[in-house]
Ligand binder design. Sequence first.
Ligand code: AVJ
Ligand code: FE
Length: 469
Amino acid sequence: MSTSPAPRADDHDDRTAAPAAGHARVRGVPGPVAALRAPLPADPLEALAAVRERTRILVGDLTRDELERQVDPLMSPLVWDLAHIAAYEDLWLVHRHGDRPLLHPELAALYDAFETPRRARGDLELLDVPQAWAYLDEVRARVHDVVGERGVDPELFELVLQHELQHTETMLQAMRLGGLTEWLDTLPGGARVAASRAAGTPGEDPADAPVASVALVDVPGGPVEVGAADGVFSYDNERPRHGRSIPAFRIATRPVTVALWDAFVADGGVRDQRFWSDAGWAWRAGGAGSAVHDATGDGGSATGPPAARAEATPTHDVACHLNLYEAEALAAWAGLRLPTEAEWEHAAASGLLDDVGHVWEWTSTVFHGYPGFAAHPYKEYSEVFFDREYRVLRGGSFAAHPRVATPTFRNWDLPERRQIFSGVRLAADAPGPDDDPVAPAPAPGSSATGGSPVPPPAPAAPTGREATT
Ligand code: AVJ
Ligand code: FE
């Protein structure tokens, strides 16, 4: 088996298409794709400045109207995220660390994720774009004052830095959903393939990617350690590191490809209730709180999520915008299952997983607190989401900065969500002693070439099931 590191910023460079029309490139200033995952300086204030520059670059092509409009009830107007980033930085670095009053106490509730849920954010009087940037700049000036006065709290700095990195991924989801950027569509998870298929370009023959081609690596069971070690920044939900006993299992060396999804579709798998959980089938029928856009009118997405491949090369073919239900149905059709998050983490730590970092990978694990969990520094980051419907996603997407997406980082979302940059890596129980080692994997069936148009990610209706922040 081979091991390859998560893609780095330079890997993205060669898949960068021409920048979107109107994107002026200044010599020496990186374009959005280069900025996405570029390393950050070691100095805390310089790192904060680099993250802010990255944020500016990523939204740099958008008009004021695009920044202020809510593209979907699932997502905030982008200008809300900008002011929220400022409010969070002011709260943690100026108010808590610096012991100063908030710059804008009157805005605290508006930019608190819990007091002002996403679906409501489009109807409120928000700061406009110049005001949001001014808020960010003023808070940053206060941070410099505080640092001059009492130095840096490394943990709070990392918290604030990673918060901005996480929100830029959220903003990229909104930009993707709203069709606001071309450069985003050139990346894995982008819409380029969807467009070429809609134009009638045949996709890869699904027979090229039968289930038998899913390469699985055998992982011995035993006591394993999961969670973040002491001495490095981690979120409360990654701690404490602890031992688990897991049975032997098998896990795919790569995430599911668009070709495999196409084979599932061509085989009628999306319409075959046997492969779907009850909740997943209800979601397809338009239940489970999701208004599903469907080209065929029968409820559920007929052709699956937008394809993820920018170029027909092995690293650009990862399926993206799958929700948990779709991932589970695909796994059932393939005679496989989702990994648990402990399996995923153990396999990743053992160097067994290729192509980590293209898409967030769904696991079968419900988001929960590790044994001995203690909320820190606030319970609204993680704890309020424990033991509900949220499932854990692992790895990281092309839009996630490597500083956030570590092998122990736990992301979470609701099962029906697919506006996130999510895919799946399949797994299986270890073969039992009686299993025939040469038995073929279940055949995917017919191998018709799919040529159906692929819609953009289906916006879901507001339902009271909250996006997390
Ligand atoms: C870890 C991505 C689920 O965006 O809801 C942002 C991160 N927390 N602001 C989210 C987060 C507070 C969180 N996720
Ligand atoms: Fe936030």
